[in-house]
Design a protein around this ligand. Structure first.
Ligand SMILES: CC(C)(COP(=O)(O)OP(=O)(O)OC[C@H]1O[C@@H](n2cnc3c(N)ncnc32)[C@H](O)[C@@H]1OP(=O)(O)O)[C@@H](O)C(=O)NCCC(=O)NCCS
Length: 179
């Protein structure tokens, strides 16, 4: 069996990643609420990872995005999208990408990660359901799919309110200051 390892995404991977995301999530993927958290946002530096297979191409990709939750300035990372090529699923590539991303997040001092996704899958690396009412997102969400992972024990309780990209919070605060 081929052995896979995560590498940093380069600019040359961009179109292959878009293609992979279309393939795995469908063409209407940008209507999802998680896209509202990514638009205008910049992916966390050094944390966009890919897995490639010689002769096949891109087989997996993951990225992480900075967020602020509520006005208490609780920073967090959004995990996603995570995608593995349909012909290479169930080989541990998704888990490899998640574990590498989580290790990088810890090494950079990030305390909290959230995502919108399937709990049975993400629970395998420690994600759990956000307690109802604690975190809101800018769009419809099935609360069973709003998940968190504490990388520093106890940080979730400080993260209360609306999760937005940092630039959106800055815009809201500036607007309030000028009205
Ligand atoms: C979800 C996804 C990233 C998993 O990647 P992967 O490399 O195939 O996953 P891994 O090899 O790390 O793990 C496979 C295991 O997870 C399970 N699994 C995969 N997707 C799952 C899901 N959505 N819910 C629950 N379990 C899931 C598999 O059944 C398998 O279980 P096993 O180890 O008991 O046999 C990949 O299937 C994918 O890109 N899917 C398309 C997008 C999608 O459906 N996302 C849904 C999650 S938000």
């Amino acid at each position: 069996m081929h052995s896979y390892f995560p590498e940093h995404k380069t600019a040359d991977d961009t179109s292959a990643i878009e293609h992979l995301l279309d393939l795995t999530f469908g063409l209407s993927r940008s209507t999802k609420t998680s896209y509202r958290l990514r638009e205008g946002n910049t992916a966390a530096q050094g944390m966009s990872l890919v897995v490639r297979e010689p002769g096949f191409g891109l087989v997996g990709a993951i990225s992480f995005w900075p967020l602020i939750i509520g006005r208490a300035d609780a920073p967090a990372l959004l995990l996603g999208p995570l995608a593995v090529h349909p012909e290479r699923q169930n080989l541990g590539i998704g888990r490899l990408l998640m574990n590498e991303g989580i290790a990088k997040a810890k090494a950079r001092g990030h305390a909290l990660m959230i995502l919108i996704g399937d709990e049975p899958y993400y629970a395998r690396v420690g994600f759990a359901r956000v307690p109802e009412g604690q975190i809101q997102v800018p769009g419809p969400v099935d609360l069973k799919r709003l998940l968190y992972l504490e990388m520093q024990p106890g940080v979730l309780k400080k993260a209360k309110g609306l999760a937005l990209a940092p630039w959106r919070w800055r815009q809201i605060i500036d607007l309030r200051a000028t009205t």
